[in-house]
Design a protein around this ligand. Structure first.
Ligand SMILES: Nc1ncnc2c1ncn2[C@@H]1O[C@H](COP(=O)(O)OP(=O)(O)O)[C@@H](O)[C@H]1O
Ligand SMILES: [Mg+2]
Length: 243
């Protein structure tokens, strides 16, 4: 069974149609890279999938749960769908451990000892086990972003959504964050990521989606979509990002 299924999804802000009939199926273990111009609806797509934004038409199903059903418990859904943004949103006054364990303790009622152990485990997965007692301002931007990823992993999501998580980072810090994503991909995590890192998309993504004007304009294997654009819109976009 598909993990995520979108059928003819329409999302509007007032009279502005931001998603204009998006249909998409994501199988478990897929790594979907989403590219496209600013304003093409990439962030909105991710936000609709984990129920942060209501939709006006169509249907979104996550692992059998209809996300846009008014009766759906969105808090429970969001525990199963992690999302990480460009700005890491760590609490500056909390240690790395506390940032990571806040949700498991509050939402799942986890004991402090078990929570610290969990923090250690997810930090190890992002290569930061030794930073468990550090505070966010003692970490580089790349390290903070990796803590944000660890914080999401602590909820044991079935799907991870990443929205341009390396866009604010220097190139050398971008690499360390992408490495963590690559490791998660190899471990079988299902992921959708909005990214400008075409090399990464080519290497790691199982599928690439090009969004344009609120639609999936092209999709397919990253190597094929990137080397043989079928539409002038994708060609123009690639010219702009690759040169
Ligand atoms: N909260 C919002 N309220 C009104 N319009 C929004 C909101 N969020 C996004 N939009 C509009 O939706 C369109 C798509 O935005 P977005 O999904 O952020 O695009 P992308 O991530 O591809 O740059 C843009 O025209 C943007 O101005
Ligand atoms: Mg965006």
């Amino acid at each position: 069974m598909a993990l995520v299924e979108l059928t003819d999804v329409v999302k509007r802000y007032g009279s502005n149609t931001v998603l204009n009939g998006v249909s998409l199926t994501v199988e478990p273990g897929e790594i979907i890279a989403v590219i496209g111009r600013s304003g093409s609806g990439k962030s909105t797509l991710l936000r609709c999938i984990n129920g942060l934004e209501p939709i006006q038409q169509g249907r979104i199903v996550f692992d059998g749960t209809v996300v846009n059903d008014p009766g759906t418990n969105l808090r429970a859904l969001r525990q199963r769908v992690g999302i990480v943004f460009q700005s890491y949103n760590l609490f500056p006054h909390l240690s790395v451990e506390k940032n990571i364990t806040l949700a498991p303790r509050v939402v799942k009622g986890m004991e402090p000892g078990a929570a610290r152990e969990l923090a250690g485990r997810v930090l190890a997965r992002v290569g930061l086990a030794e930073k468990i007692d550090a505070y966010p301002d003692q970490l580089s931007g790349g390290q903070q972003q990796r803590v944000a990823i660890a914080r999401s992993l602590a909820m044991q999501p079935q799907l991870m959504l990443f929205d341009e998580i390396t866009s604010a980072l220097d190139p050398e810090l971008t690499g360390e964050v992408l490495k963590v994503l690559e490791l998660m991909a190899r471990e079988g995590m299902t992921m959708m990521l909005v990214t400008h890192e075409m090399g990464f998309a080519r290497r790691v993504a199982t599928r690439l989606i090009f969004m344009h004007e609120g639609r999936i304009w092209e999709e397919g294997r990253a190597s094929e979509v990137l080397s043989k654009p079928r539409t002038p819109e994708l060609e123009t976009f690639l010219d702009a990002v690759l040169h």
